[in-house]
Design a protein around this ligand. Structure first.
Ligand SMILES: [Fe+2]
Ligand SMILES: [Fe+2]
Length: 279
């Protein structure tokens, strides 16, 4: 395969009881049907409330299973719980091995590695990082063995959380540490990837679209398929809108297109919370 087309969707937050989020997903599903990429990746927060509702995970999976192309997934904090940071208050809903098991059983693998168009694609469970759970060490061991098999191909990494705001060694702040890959896992991950021809990291989680390059690595933040977080709850870093990201990989090169599916609507979390309160 000399070309590989990947569509990254993220933060779909799907539940049977959330029709506005379903409508945005359906707009994206029509776009996917029309464009037929080789793979759809949902980079996490697939479900509305995975840790407390297995049926949200099941419903989200059923929506993806109806797409006419193959899908891969990564877990988000709303799928399996969140990870602790060195500086912030502990998450009210921490990631657990049980939640990871539920995600794998219901949605799909929470980490993966594959080759296409002369590239090596790696997806990691970012919520297990910094938890001290057995799964964290196991994933780093697995990553080391996978990276040992890379034969000089360029590497694309995907995670739910972005690696950092602007710099790899940005200080972690109590209010925002939960937004990025926590230390010390972040430094370890960057060191492991930097030994290779690492060119891209794609993430979700922030519900803002962003595209910047640091050193040799392009950082793509996919917006949410479903909704944006208003300014009174979250600072503006990139672009607050709903949308998706399309990638086209060829041996030794790639292109990124920042796209909105026709019919996708910018829904604010304020509107979503009002809708939920009225239920
Ligand atoms: Fe999200
Ligand atoms: Fe998230």
């Amino acid at each position: 395969m000399s070309e590989f087309r990947l569509t990254q969707i993220s933060d779909t937050h799907l539940a049977r009881s959330r029709p506005t989020l379903i409508a945005n997903f359906e707009a994206v599903a029509e776009h996917i049907d029309a464009t037929r990429p080789d793979l759809v990746l949902n980079s996490g927060d697939v479900a509305f409330d995975g840790p407390n509702s297995r049926s949200d995970l099941e419903f989200a999976k059923s929506m993806h299973a109806a797409l006419p192309v193959d899908c891969r997934y990564l877990p988000g904090n709303h799928d399996i719980g969140d990870n602790p940071t060195a500086v912030g208050t502990p998450p009210t809903e921490p990631a657990t091995e049980e939640n990871c098991d539920a995600f794998r059983a219901t949605v799909g693998e929470d980490r993966w590695c594959f080759e296409a168009a002369g590239w090596r694609f790696i997806g990691l469970n970012s919520l297990i990082m910094n938890t001290g759970l057995d799964g964290e060490a196991e994933q780093f061991d697995w990553l080391a063995s996978q990276l040992g098999n890379v034969n000089g191909e360029p590497v694309a990494l995907f995670l739910h959380k972005p690696l950092f705001l602007n710099l790899p060694d940005d200080a972690e702040l109590a209010e925002t540490a939960i937004r990025y890959i926590p230390q010390p896992a972040r430094a370890r991950l960057i060191e492991m990837l930097s030994a290779l021809d690492w060119r891209l990291v794609g993430s979700g989680h922030v519900h803002q679209r962003r595209d910047f390059t640091f050193g040799r690595v392009r950082h793509i933040w996919a917006p949410s398929v479903g909704f944006m977080i208003p300014d009174h709850m979250q600072d503006v870093i990139g672009i607050k809108e709903t949308g998706i990201v399309e990638y086209r990989f060829r041996p030794d090169s790639f292109e990124v297109r920042h796209v909105r599916a026709e019919g996708q609507v910018d829904i604010s979390l304020d509107a979503l919370l009002a809708e939920m309160a009225a239920d």
